[in-house]
Design a protein around this ligand. Structure first.
Ligand code: MD6
Ligand code: FE
Length: 214
């Protein structure tokens, strides 16, 4: 029997809102390339729990690569060209990430996306990310490309007020979420990661968000 053509192309993009597109499995073929690129980044700029302006520590551990990195401390949230732990510039944005981000953005309808910052978030089972907006970037006209690796997550996609109701979006290893345009300032978060062991990534979830911050 001849296989249906549709099956040959894998899962299709899903439009979740007017300018929010989930690309299931888009990064799967690149996972080893991404992990190879991340290894030296994590050596130079290890994951750390940053302090919030309120004085607590974030549950998510994070680091950055690119000419700008997102930081949080007693003074607030902002982008910085240097890693506050080492005092050195953040590691460069690897070509593998630039390339994936550009292709994912294009697949979601955003042309010529050239990120200058990649925030790398590390979740253990039980770690959550509370509802927030991404509003520290200079130009909200630029999209964000988000790559999920490891344990699955339930992403909460909200509205424009913190109190708006949220939709639950399942994010799996290799999925890429792209959003921008009028969805750029939606509130969003991640429910506590369920215990588990991912066959490639172990007991963790890593999320890469690529942005044009400057
Ligand atoms: C995460 N992601 O998925 C957290 N922000 O672990 C984000 O906070 C995020 O996925 C802006 C755009 C896409 C995202
Ligand atoms: Fe965010």
């Amino acid at each position: 029997m001849i296989q249906s053509d549709l099956d040959l192309f894998g899962p299709q993009p899903q439009r979740l809102a007017s300018h929010t597109v989930l690309l299931p499995g888009f990064a799967l073929a690149q996972v080893e390339r991404l992990l190879d690129a991340l290894r030296p980044v994590l050596r130079a700029a290890p994951f750390r729990h940053m302090r919030t302006p309120g004085g607590l520590h974030m549950a998510v551990a994070l680091t950055n690569c690119g000419s700008l990195g997102w930081v949080s401390d007693a003074k607030g949230y902002r982008y910085s060209p240097t890693d506050p732990v080492s005092g050195e510039p953040w590691p460069a944005l690897p070509e593998a990430l630039l390339d994936l981000a550009g292709r994912a953005a294009a697949a979601a309808g955003f042309d010529a996306f050239i990120p200058d910052a990649c925030l790398v978030n590390h979740y253990l089972p039980g770690t959550r990310l509370s509802l927030h907006q991404d509003r520290d970037e200079a130009d909200f006209g630029q999209p964000i490309v988000s790559v999920s690796l490891g344990l699955p997550a339930v992403f909460l996609l909200g509205g424009f007020q913190r109190s708006d109701k949220t939709r639950r979006i399942a994010l799996s290893h290799g999925d890429v979420l792209v959003w921008g345009g009028e969805d750029r300032l939606r509130f969003h978060g991640v429910l506590p990661i369920k215990p588990g062991v991912h066959p490639r990534m172990g007991e963790r979830r890593i999320n890469l968000t690529l942005r044009k911050a400057g």
